[in-house]
Design a protein around this ligand. Structure first.
Ligand code: SF4
Length: 276
């Protein structure tokens, strides 16, 4: 009996203590916030000699760097898009039509080859060796469909790299002297005419036509040849003159209104049209 009472008292005391403990646990502890001690200032460890060697040189890659050289007292400047000092590779980016790559007749390639080789010369003269020159073509009108239609001819990507021939210093200097000479001649009033391919020239053609048919039987280069064909073919055949054009001159060249050659050509064309 005494044992049972003792046990009851113990049980009551246990429950009372447990309730008090639960109350303590249910009350969130409020700890006054102490200001955090200031973080010790970290000073970087001094670089070891090895670490200094491993840091890549900022001159490993140069982008859009403008350089200047002097040839026969003339200052020539140029800006290269990309130069990798590690591989000694010089690259220029060209935004162009996909047709430049498809109909690569060597003209653009030659023009860009001269340009990047002048840059390479400037780099060499400034202490940066060049072992490879390229242009990366960005084909603005590239089409996946056109590539699928003609995968052998049409580029597979809108980016294309052309690696070009690397010229020696002597060739670059000769080329620069030739170009400087042309500029001086132009200033003196002796302007060289552009080549037909530079004018994107479409010659005048003489189309032999048969009455009742839309397309021509043949397009001939001279009026005499076209008239002779008409005579051969007999009645019902006529000649239609289809005037040529200098597509670049008329639509794309920014200096066409000052260009004597084009202005002369335009007057001739207008004269021909009036005569006809
Ligand atoms: S307009 Fe004159 S400079 Fe321009 S492409 Fe034609 S010929 Fe050359």
């Amino acid at each position: 009996m005494a044992k049972a009472k003792e046990s009851q008292i113990n049980r009551r005391a246990f429950l009372k203590n447990a309730a008090a403990g639960a109350a303590v646990l249910a009350t969130p502890a409020v700890v006054p916030a102490k200001p955090l001690p200031p973080e010790p200032r970290k000073t970087p460890p001094p670089l070891s000699r090895e670490a200094e060697v491993e840091i890549p040189s900022p001159l490993e890659v140069l982008t859009e760097e403008r350089l200047a050289i002097e040839i026969d007292g003339k200052r020539i400047t140029g800006g290269v898009d990309f130069y990798d000092a590690k591989t000694r590779h010089l690259i220029d980016y060209k935004t162009t039509s996909a047709w430049t790559a498809v109909y690569d007749d060597g003209e653009k390639r030659g023009e860009w080859e001269a340009q990047v080789n002048i840059y390479a010369y400037m780099y060499r003269k400034s202490g940066f060796p060049v072992e490879k020159v390229s242009v990366i073509l960005i084909l603005r009108d590239w089409s996946k469909m056109k590539h699928r239609a003609d995968p052998g001819k049409y580029p597979a990507s809108m980016f294309l790299q052309w690696d070009l021939r690397l010229w020696g210093d002597g060739l670059v200097e000769d080329y620069l002297r030739l170009r400087i000479g042309r500029h001086e001649e132009a200033r003196a009033g002796k302007i060289l005419d552009c080549k037909p391919s530079e004018k994107w020239e479409k010659p005048t053609v003489y189309a032999v036509k048969k009455a009742g048919r839309k397309s021509s039987l043949r397009n001939l280069e001279t009026l005499a040849a076209a008239e002779a064909m008409c005579t051969d073919k007999g009645p019902g055949h006529t000649v239609e003159i289809r005037p040529g054009d200098r597509v670049r001159c008329s639509g794309y060249c920014p200096v066409n209104k000052w260009c004597d050659s084009y202005q002369r050509y335009k007057r001739e064309q207008e004269g021909n049209t009036n005569e006809n």
